[in-house]
Design a protein around this ligand. Structure first.
Ligand SMILES: C[S@@+](CC[C@H](N)C(=O)[O-])C[C@H]1O[C@@H](n2cnc3c(N)ncnc32)[C@H](O)[C@@H]1O
Length: 251
């Protein structure tokens, strides 16, 4: 691992990034879902729907939704009858998710069961599950916040069964001329203001914007996925690459 990693536009020690990312999500947890709608104009819902259509969860499967936060991806996948483990490093994000699941009448339990959710505190870099345990591993808008991304990808590979699949939904860089510039101005100037207005926290939202800009471009991230051992990797850009769905198989 290198000596420093990016925390937004800053370069910091790895342990400092983990701590500060923790502070960001503890700070935004209670307003996270409202802010997602405000920042994306509701678009994140469509991206998440599409992502889950690509995952194609099936009854009887056991899926790990890593960095699952407040449960958006897990709720969608649970409809299929698959059993979902929602894992996140941040207990405050999970607590909001557990509350939301109860409001939606989605069962939460201790053991994986059809259509129900297990909530689990976990660091993507060091998972507590044995080798070859899950049928699929999903991570949505989570991987860029992880301090040691190659290590997290190797862990994803380890806990997947042979024939298991990895799906990553993450911001990237749109290639559409005009749109790229407009998005840049919007995200750098308006998102922190929205964060201040709606969540009382401009700095956390500044970090979220900056972390998007520092995330590797699509071909480089695809190469990282292959280096972790995945094959038949694919990338599907959405809105010219503003967001991308990456996938790969463990064989
Ligand atoms: C932007 S949120 C995404 C939440 C959810 N997947 C969604 O799409 O709405 C990012 C999540 O990544 C989690 N996270 C950051 N670093 C992590 C790590 N090393 N291991 C597990 N989760 C992590 C944060 O706590 C946060 O809940």
């Amino acid at each position: 691992m290198t000596d420093t990693v990016s925390f937004g536009y800053e370069d910091v020690a790895p342990e400092e990034k983990t701590r500060r990312v923790g502070e960001v999500f503890s700070s935004v947890a209670s307003k996270y879902d409202l802010m997602n709608d405000a920042m994306s104009g509701g678009l994140h819902r469509l991206w998440k729907d599409k992502f889950v259509r690509r995952v194609k969860p099936r009854a009887g499967e056991h899926i790990l939704d890593m960095a699952g936060g407040t449960g958006d991806i897990a709720f969608r996948m649970a409809r299929s009858g698959a059993s979902i483990t929602v894992a996140d490093i941040n207990p405050e994000m999970l607590a909001v998710g557990i509350e939301r699941a109860a409001e939606r009448g989605i069962a939460s339990g201790r053991e994986p069961d059809a259509g129900s959710l297990v909530w689990s505190e976990a660091n993507a870099e060091q998972l507590q599950w044995p080798d070859r345990f899950f049928d699929a591993y999903t991570i949505a808008f989570g991987i860029r916040n992880v301090t040691d991304i190659p290590r997290a990808l190797r862990e994803a590979h380890r806990v997947l069964k042979r024939g298991g699949r990895l799906f990553v939904l993450e911001f990237s860089t749109t290639q559409w001329p005009g749109f790229a510039e407009a998005y840049d101005a919007y995200s750098h100037h308006l998102v922190p203001r929205l964060g201040q207005l709606l969540a009382g926290d401009a700095d956390s939202y500044r970090y979220l914007v900056e972390s998007i800009r520092r995330f590797p471009p699509m071909p480089e991230f695809e190469r990282m996925i292959r280096e972790a051992g995945f094959t038949q990797t694919k990338v599907e850009p959405l809105l010219g690459g503003l967001v991308a769905i990456h996938s790969g198989w463990k064989i």
